[in-house]
Design a protein around this ligand. Structure first.
Ligand code: ADE
Ligand code: ZN
Length: 335
């Protein structure tokens, strides 16, 4: 089963580039930028990665991002993640980035996006991993601040496919961003959002009805409301589920109690993703192995999850078909 999981072609649809920042690289970049970090060793950093809730994690995650200053820093961060994709048979990935985490520290939007997107271009060429970008608005900040970010993104519109909504969910409902999502859609960005991670089912309703999102990041708490589940199924919206993130942030107490299988049985289109792999103890294949083991998922279920990852990606029809053909051929020879 382990080999099957490692080798099956897959796409990752929920990944924050700032959340891929491994302690080793963080030290290296901090050193070359001559920035002090409040840890003296890699072990000390890892020991700090114990979280009680989303906010606990976000405080450390934003602090880690402080050492990213130059275009090369963003390039190295992104390329390092894409190398991990290649060895895990991730053929395609949809990368979220949080511009405000950097622009609020005086780093230009251009520095951030050129570093990330040049690494994406090189990885396509050198590693055969395709990727696209989701610009995420920080929901603990104001809608006016999100509008400024939208404005700053426009010269680089050709590099961005979608907009997302992340950071502290509770107290920051999707409706707070109604106008900026409307404007983002008018600019041609596809709307996505985190919803129902810590927030309740009403937040998911708002995200689908008010923001008009095309895919739900996490979505766990949708199960609180059978009518909502029905709506998600009938509108054919996928959920980007992140098992190790859910246990690390205590959204789920134990992987054995994770709702992923129940979601699948309810007809929801589920995908498996790593969210912030450097912080939550594992890349995408570790997420697959852990949830497979906890819920005794069959090869057929793993295949279905990977199929969903391509079908509900933002790729064009031809690319989806190409990946699905490779996936099905892998499954038929390894089932
Ligand atoms: N930013 C990075 N990871 C996140 C998560 N799991 N939820 C909300 N915001 C995030
Ligand atoms: Zn996330």
């Amino acid at each position: 089963m382990k080999n099957f999981i490692n080798n099956i072609p897959k796409a990752e649809l929920h990944l924050h580039i700032e959340g891929t920042f491994e302690p080793e690289l963080m030290f290296e970049i901090a050193k070359r930028n001559q920035i002090e970090i409040p840890f003296s060793s890699i072990e000390e950093i890892k020991a700090a990665y114990e979280f009680d809730c989303l906010q606990d994690f976000l405080d450390i995650y934003y602090q880690g991002a402080n050492v990213l200053i130059k275009e090369k820093d963003f390039y190295d961060l992104t390329y390092s993640y894409l190398e991990k994709c290649a060895v895990q048979n991730v053929r395609h990935t949809e990368i979220m980035f949080d511009p405000q985490t950097h622009t609020d520290r005086g780093i230009s939007f251009e520095t951030v996006i050129l570093g990330i997107s040049n690494a994406m271009k090189d990885a396509k060429e050198n590693l055969n991993v395709s990727s696209l970008l989701i610009m995420s608005y920080l929901r603990h900040l104001s809608e006016a601040a999100a509008f400024k970010t939208l404005e700053a993104s426009l010269p680089f519109k050709h590099l961005i496919t979608a907009v997302g909504l992340d950071s502290s969910e509770k107290g920051n409902p999707p409706s707070k961003f109604k106008n900026v999502f409307k404007a983002s859609i008018q600019e041609g960005y596809i709307p996505l959002a985190h919803a129902g991670e810590e927030g309740n089912a009403d937040y998911v309703w708002e995200a689908i009805d008010i923001l008009g999102i095309k895919r739900i990041d996490h979505g766990n708490n949708s199960l609180q409301d059978p009518k909502l589940v029905e709506a998600i199924v009938s509108r054919d919206l996928a959920l980007t589920v992140c098992p190790l993130s859910n246990t690390a942030l205590q959204v789920v107490d134990d992987l054995k109690n994770h709702p992923l299988k129940e979601m699948m049985e309810l007809g929801l289109k589920v995908t498996v993703n790593s969210d912030d792999p450097a912080y939550f103890g594992g890349q995408i294949n570790k997420n697959f192995s852990a949830i497979q083991n906890a819920l005794t998922l069959s090869k057929e279920e793993i295949y279905q999850l990977c199929k969903n990852s391509f079908e509900y990606s933002l790729l064009d029809k031809d690319s989806k078909e190409k990946h699905l053909t490779e996936l099905t051929s892998f499954y038929n020879t390894n089932r």
